[in-house]
Design a binder for this molecule. Structure first.
Ligand SMILES: Nc1ncnc2c1ncn2[C@@H]1O[C@H](COP(=O)(O)OP(=O)(O)OP(=O)(O)O)[C@@H](O)[C@H]1O
Length: 373
């Protein structure tokens, strides 16, 4: 049974539609990242799950219990969730132990139980021995660990994290990502993590939900989103992907034949016959001496990861710049003939309607149900 189920959740702020019929089911123990550009509705969705906002339409269930819907609303303090914010939200005058203890007092644990629970979560987050410090005597990473320890102390089954790493430097962020992964597998709780940083989402989550303009574009494992995006938006958003306009001329058994300019190409995908997009990454392109699929002209290069990442503008079709790693430095204007070694074909439609999703069927209006393998 899914731990968390969202059914057609919509939320408006005045005339602004912040969320539009978002449906999603998360299994017990998942680590889900809500990912999308600024303003796409990630935090609003998290606040609705927490009970800090009320949906206009739709239903939210924790296991089989309705916590928000037309006939029920369970307040946040009764939802058995833990929350971690980017600001940490620690009480500055209380010690680390005091900060953690507060929720345990509310939950009416005895003094002995509280002490044991505090020791336990301090161990989990690696802060044993720092229980008597005040928040100002800790580093940013340590403060974030206290916030996490506090949210874990009441043993919630669902932990909601709102951009928890936004205030940390790049190095610490990486360390804390590994810590979140470790703590997630140690506790077995379901984590829902809001971020606009795709590297963060792809590194930490078992599943990623990509949102855009209040709608859910796709839910899948990081690999599925990278290799089989369901919409052009996901294709461009994940892994610095690129898309080129194509015509799908044939589609059968997961294989499509597309026309890219005047060239035929056979690619995986199930897009319907008609207009579509070829989605790909830099690693799906190879420079060839002749007979490639895409004629381009070099516009610039940057030295990156031991190769010259080369930005090339298609010269015979109307398309955006594509990037390919090359071994040598070349002059701008050099003709570059490119062949595709991989890619994925998506049907037309900016919102994912009619797009090919990870199961190969139309993703339009279908609740996204994810499963852990
Ligand atoms: N209380 C509110 N009143 C009015 N508009 C709101 C309110 N809360 C959110 N919004 C609007 O709803 C939209 C979605 O906001 P939300 O904070 O969920 O986005 P987000 O994806 O988390 O963005 P970011 O990554 O920038 O935090 C935004 O356009 C925001 O301005």
């Amino acid at each position: 049974m899914p731990r968390l189920t969202l059914k057609a959740i919509s939320k408006r702020f005045d005339r602004f539609q912040a969320l539009d019929a978002v449906s999603l089911a998360i299994p017990d123990g998942a680590f889900l990242a809500l990912l999308g550009p600024s303003g796409c509705g990630k935090t609003t969705l998290l606040r609705l799950i927490a009970g800090l906002e009320v949906p206009d339409h739709g239903e939210i269930r924790f296991d089989e219990h309705v916590v928000a819907g037309s006939s029920a609303f369970v307040p946040p303090e009764q939802r058995r969730i833990g929350m971690v914010f980017q600001s940490y939200a620690l009480w500055p005058t209380m010690s680390v132990r005091g900060n953690i203890e507060f929720g345990l007092k509310v939950a009416r644990l005895t003094a002995q139980e509280r002490a044991a629970r505090i020791d336990e979560v301090l161990d989990v987050v690696g802060l044993r021995g720092l229980g008597d410090r005040r928040p100002h005597e800790l580093s940013g990473g340590q403060r974030q660990r206290v916030a996490l320890a506090r949210s874990l102390a009441t043993r919630p089954q669902l932990i909601l994290l709102d951009e928890p790493l936004a205030n940390l430097d790049a190095h610490l962020r990486e360390t804390m990502l590994a810590e979140f992964r470790r703590i997630h597998s140690l506790t077995g709780a379901t984590f829902v993590f809001v971020t606009h940083d795709q590297d963060e989402a792809m590194a930490v989550a078992s599943h990623v939900a990509v949102m855009d303009r209040g709608r859910l574009e796709q839910v899948g494992t990081p690999e599925e989103l990278y290799r089989r995006p369901a919409s052009p938006m996901v294709a461009r958003f994940i892994g610095r992907g690129r898309t080129l306009p194509v015509r799908v001329v044939r589609s059968e058994g997961g294989q499509t034949r597309v026309m890219l300019g005047q060239q035929f190409l056979d690619m995986p995908g199930d897009a319907p016959v008609g207009y579509g997009w070829l989605s790909f990454h830099a690693s799906d392109l190879r420079r060839v001496a002749e007979g490639g699929h895409l004629k381009t002209e070099l516009v610039g290069q940057v030295f990156q990861n031991g190769a010259f990442l080369s930005h090339c503008l298609p010269s015979e079709i109307d398309g955006d710049v594509v990037s390919v790693p090359l071994a040598e430095r070349l002059a701008p204007g050099t003709p570059i003939d490119l062949a595709f070694t991989g890619g994925w074909v998506i049907g037309d439609g900016d919102t994912g309607h009619g797009a090919v999703d990870v199961t190969g069927r139309s993703s339009a209006c279908r609740p996204a149900v994810i499963s852990l393998r």
